[in-house]
Design a protein around this ligand. Sequence first.
Ligand SMILES: [Zn+2]
Length: 426
Amino acid sequence: MAVVVVIDPGHGGDNLGGNTDEFIEKELTLKVAGYMRERLSQYDGVEVYLTHDNTTDPDLTREERATIAAEHNADFLFSIHFNMSEDHKLYGSEVWTSAFGEYYSKGQEFASIEMEGLTGLGFYDRGVKTRLGKDGDDYYGIILQAKKVGIPAVIIEHCHMDEDRDADYLRNKGEEAYKTFGYIDADSVAKYFHLSSGTLGVDYSNYSYSPVTVPVSAMGPDMTPADTCSVKLLDSDPEAGTADIRITAKDAESKMLYYSLSYDGGKTFGKVWPWNNDKEALKPVDDDSIEVKIDLMESTGSELVVKTYNRFDRKADTNVISLPAKIEVKEEASDPATDPDLMQGSDEISSNEEQMDSYDTSESGNEEYAEIVIKDPVREQQNISSTMLTGIVMIISIAALFTVGYVVYLTQRRKKRRAKRRKRNL
Ligand SMILES: [Zn+2]
């Protein structure tokens, strides 16, 4: 008997889903679902249906979507989505499953295959999660309604449309991005159901994945942030403008996902970074501590606070630590008009100075000027070369004096000899 798969393109009609200036979620979900059906239909022993396609644009309720899946006798319902976050800082892919029984275990098994595909494309692994409503049942309507008609369902949040690290993929790849997502989704389904395709020349009949035990109670999410978290300054290099810090966060129920930095004591925070020693990492580490290099600010009085996010985006702030200021090379230090040393400088030196100026964004003078002048490697080099130059000039002068003296001596001696010879000849 054929496997029956129903694909649900998220949103539709007046329900746009998330939308930015560039992307409208309901359009992206239709594209991905179309490619997913196209690809999956090429496998043997599978029937593929959509809850709606691009011929009409209905705003289906979750219940209607689940009913369509039930009418087709679906083995699984896959709901296709794209993400956005409130502060537009989060990035990466995630899959949501039911928290209950077989709906949980099947969802988790499929989701681990799907996440492998998405991280393989370069998206950050936000994990496979469950969410419960106030009544203790599944929070997401499509998962809840599918469960009510006996069908396991997952929500695939492919990536974030409102964060550059993800959105750049959509911008750069265009239509190819939706095709790639659709194909990844289809191949993940094929792996999960052990399908093969003569047309595509792939055989997943022996594909193996880790089985997930059917839980006896609800596998609810972690509702609380890290129990304790702290930050420690390990080392700082004000001239390089960097510091090494260790961030520690302990959470009994879940691991960490991201961190972000505040330099004003916790009032404002910057980008979120992966919970990993490597800022480019696609998966968070399970460790309680990470060590990362951060930038120092130019102004003094930076009060660093780190916000930690657990795998369910629950946030907690660390203690405050004071950071030294970055030491900047000031414009005045390299102004040839007021700097006699540099007026004698070679071309090489002045081009180095130019490079340093381009990093200097501050406008006013700096009391640390005197200290910087001494520490400036270009200037030290300059001092060394002028000392050497003086030495060489002195050596040449002395040699010249000797040569002149010797020539004079030789001339004198020759004159004397000629005079003597002349005398003898006379
Ligand atoms: Zn959505």
